[in-house]
Each structure stands twice: as structure tokens, then as C-alpha cells.
Design a protein around this ligand. Sequence first.
Ligand code: SF4
Length: 101
Amino acid sequence: MEERISRRRLLRRLATAAAIVPMATVVRAADTPLIRVDDPTAKAVKYVEDASKAKEAVPHSNCANCALYLGKSGTKDGPCQIFPGKSVVAAGWCNKWAPQI
Ligand code: SF4
């Protein structure tokens, strides 16, 4: 089953991403421990380490294909711009997911 993102929803996500990016601290993956799912900031955005378990997730969306993900392609985890100093699992997801353009 395919779900489409409405234009309004896409623009809202891009606006959120644009607001967050300047605040982000970009660091190397080797320096960033994984964020815990029980971390208050992770819970605030409903972060999970397995996108398939996120009921709100657009099908096939995950951290690896999120515009805010800073990990290298093919790696199992990497930094995320909304969690400065922390990494996320590439297969994870949160409600700030934004499509790469
Ligand atoms: Fe970060 Fe995007 Fe993953 Fe959310 S979905 S934790 S914003 S990389």
C-alpha cells in the first residue's frame, strides 16, 4: 500500500528541517554515541530504532533516507541534525523525518 505525502505536510516538514539545521552541530559519526530511545529528546519526536514499527511513518521512510541524516550511505548508523552529538540507527525513524530532495 502506497501512501502519498500531501504538499502541505511536505512543506511543513521542510520548514521544520530548515529551522533545525542552523542549530545543528555537525560532528563525525565516530564521535557520536547512539541516542537512546528513552532519551527525552528522542521520545519527544517518537524516535524508534526500527522504522517498520512506527505507525506514523510514511512507508519506506527511515533515517537513512531522511534529509536530516548525516551518516554515510550504507552505514548502519550516523549523526542526525536534530540530535547534536548523537547518532541514530539508519533503519530508525522519528516524526521529523523529511524526504531528501
Ligand atoms: Fe533524524 Fe530523520 Fe531519523 Fe528523525 S527520521 S531521527 S530527523 S534522521
